[in-house]
Design a protein around this ligand. Structure first.
Ligand SMILES: [Zn+2]
Length: 141
């Protein structure tokens, strides 16, 4: 697993390695840290491992899945970012609807909610159902 060039603590890197080596992904992760920590970079590297087509030494960094994730255009990866100062209920409802769809280009649909701490209380409550009853294969970060 390559997390080189990502500004993370040794403890966090060790944890990411452990998760990805088992390849038994949980349905949800929180990547938390100080503002200078490259949490999005870590999420991308982590998701490459989940999607990479290489037989071993994943992520390879070269296959179509790794390339699409690096370029931010993987069809089965959803990104939610705040609109204005917060992430609203409508955004979470849209996300939930898309998570229920069948994946286009892979085995699973995943989502990254950036600045999840900016979800409104209503958004948090809405997302709770997805966290409690995840769709098979989904990974939420
Ligand atoms: Zn790959």
């Amino acid at each position: 697993m390559e997390f080189q060039g990502i500004n993370l603590s040794a403890r966090t890197l060790k944890r990411l390695h452990a998760w990805t080596e088992r390849e038994a992904f949980s349905h949800a992760y929180i990547f938390a840290g100080p503002p200078e920590a490259d949490k999005m970079g870590a999420a991308r590297a982590f998701l490459k491992t989940a999607y990479c087509l290489a037989e071993d030494a994943r992520p390879c960094g070269h296959c179509i899945m790794c390339t699409k994730i690096e370029h931010g255009n993987h069809e089965d990866l959803l990104y939610v970012q705040r609109e204005g100062s917060s992430i609203g209920v409508k955004q979470i409802e849209d996300l939930q609807q898309r998570l229920r769809n069948k994946p286009y280009a892979s085995e699973r649909i995943s989502a990254v909610i950036e600045d999840a701490d900016k979800m409104t209380p209503q958004s948090q409550n809405k997302l709770l159902k997805t966290l409690e009853e995840p769709n098979p294969g989904n990974i939420l970060i």
